[in-house]
Design a protein around this ligand. Structure first.
Ligand code: SAM
Ligand code: SF4
Length: 433
């Protein structure tokens, strides 16, 4: 989502005469877009500013803006602690950046813009064409969260759930496709909670996917991140008949233990999660799942940990993110006693080894197979091309520049943990031979 936001910030400031530079030494304005999900982010901001100060020691100071969730959470604190910062701008206020920049240039005052103006933000962004011209692009369709998991800062930094207008999303999608986009990933903190109400009608994620399916030159549709409780039957049904909807789903479970799920306030059980996975597999036989795991949550026993291992083995996730529980001030879990850091680390290694083993095995099984790959770009300073399989696995392969933006077949010859390697084959017939 921050990548999407950064691109939109770039579109906004272009309107007042700024353009992106590759050279950090020659910027008039430096915008650091931040994430606050784990604690290191805040300190990283101060380190980055330290590096910036060194670079500009004998030069004119650039205007420095901190945007995103760290700005939202720390706001005035940042302006007080680091005088080099000119403004802090929360994720729901970044549509104000052009005005903020103009104000700083004119009045040289410090600015704190951390209101939750999500409706105003999208009203403003909707008037501005998304200039992205990548084969694979993002569109934010939903923001914020009403679920309040006990460990998470998102409801406090991104605010309550908000769904963008279906019409505006389709407009943005069509404009991206006319710029060359072939794959769209719909984004939201809880993307499948998407619920846009208009003239007494309610439009869900499934409605949006069905509308996107009608865009002729769009080849692939994805969405992330989904909450297990919002995997409604209408959404699952989409996997039956929408060929453009890719057979890959990031569905974070966080823990395989009912005891921990309850302590986290996730509001589902492991049995429910597994039943959803099975339902989706019934309609989409070869679908692959990935997940997020929080390891060493307060109160996690050896038995809870083993339940997570058991769930991983049952689902056989294609890849996953796993993190040691990170105490976030202001969240309900922050007051709980943490378990020993040594134990957390030990468990994280066991989980990561298991996830890695499954991922490597899946990649190994792809060798000799012909995978459908959307060609995204040529690799920098190399002759090879980059793309992804339907299941989102990165592939590096030999192809031609005319293939960029096309879905081709790649024969997989080698693999490592994260990536498959191969060569383009010219036709399905060759694949069948
Ligand atoms: N809404 C999504 C869901 O509930 O599945 C997740 C969105 S959250 C921005 C991304 C991931 O960050 C979570 O799935 C969780 O694993 C991780 N995360 C959030 N808070 C955390 C914390 N306090 N410590 C460790 N990991 C955390
Ligand atoms: Fe955070 Fe996701 Fe829970 Fe919302 S549902 S509070 S974003 S982990």
């Amino acid at each position: 989502m921050n990548e999407y936001d950064s691109n939109r910030i770039s579109d906004l400031v272009q309107k007042i005469g700024y353009k992106k530079t590759e050279s950090l030494e020659s910027a008039d304005c430096y915008i650091l877009n931040t994430c606050h999900i784990r604690e290191k982010a805040t300190e990283k901001v101060y380190h980055d500013i330290g590096r910036l100060k060194k670079k500009y020691r004998n030069k004119k100071k650039p205007i420095v803006l901190i945007t995103g969730c760290v700005a939202q959470a720390e706001n005035d604190e940042m302006l007080k602690r680091e005088k080099y910062i000119d403004a802090v701008v929360g994720p729901q206020s970044y549509h104000n950046i052009p005005e903020i920049l103009k104000g700083i240039v004119k009045k040289k005052t410090k600015v704190n813009s951390t209101e939750f103006d999500v409706i105003e933000k999208f009203d403003k962004l909707n008037t501005l064409e998304n200039s992205e011209s990548k084969v694979s692009s993002y569109i934010t369709i939903q923001e914020g969260c009403d679920k309040f998991c006990n460990f998470c800062v998102v409801p406090y930094t991104r605010g309550t759930e908000y769904s963008r207008s279906l019409k505006e999303i389709i407009y943005e999608a069509k404009s991206l496709v006319s710029n060359g986009t072939k794959e769209i990933t719909l984004l939201g903190q809880n993307v499948n909670a998407y619920n846009f109400k208009h003239s007494k009608k309610s439009f869900r994620l499934s409605d949006l996917i069905r509308e996107l399916d009608k865009i002729k030159n769009l080849k692939r549709i994805r969405y992330t991140t989904s909450h297990p409780n919002d995997m409604s039957p209408d959404l699952i049904e989409c996997y039956k008949d929408i060929k453009k909807l890719m057979p890959f789903l990031h569905l974070p479970v966080q823990s395989g233990s009912n005891n921990i799920l309850k302590k986290m306030n996730r509001k589902y059980t492991r049995e429910y999660y597994l039943s959803i996975v099975n339902k989706i597999r019934e309609v989409s036989k070869n679908i692959e799942f990935s997940s997020d795991f929080i390891i060493g949550y307060p109160g996690e026993t050896e038995k809870d940990f083993l339940d997570t291992i058991d769930l991983i083995k049952k689902v056989n996730f294609i890849n996953s993110y796993s993190f040691i529980y990170n105490r976030r001030p202001g969240t309900p879990a922050a007051s709980l006693d943490s378990i020993k850091n040594d134990e957390q680390k030990k468990r994280l290694i066991i989980i990561q080894n298991l996830l890695q083993e499954i991922q490597i095995n899946k990649n190994k099984n792809s060798v000799g197979k012909f995978k459908e790959v959307l060609v995204e770009n040529k690799l920098k300073n190399q002759t090879k091309y980059f793309g992804r399989t339907q299941e989102l696995t990165p592939v590096i392969f030999d192809a031609n520049k005319e293939d960029v933006g096309k879905v081709i077949y790649v024969e997989i010859k080698k693999y490592n943990r994260n990536t498959l390697f191969g060569s383009k084959i010219t036709s399905k017939k060759e694949a069948a031979a």
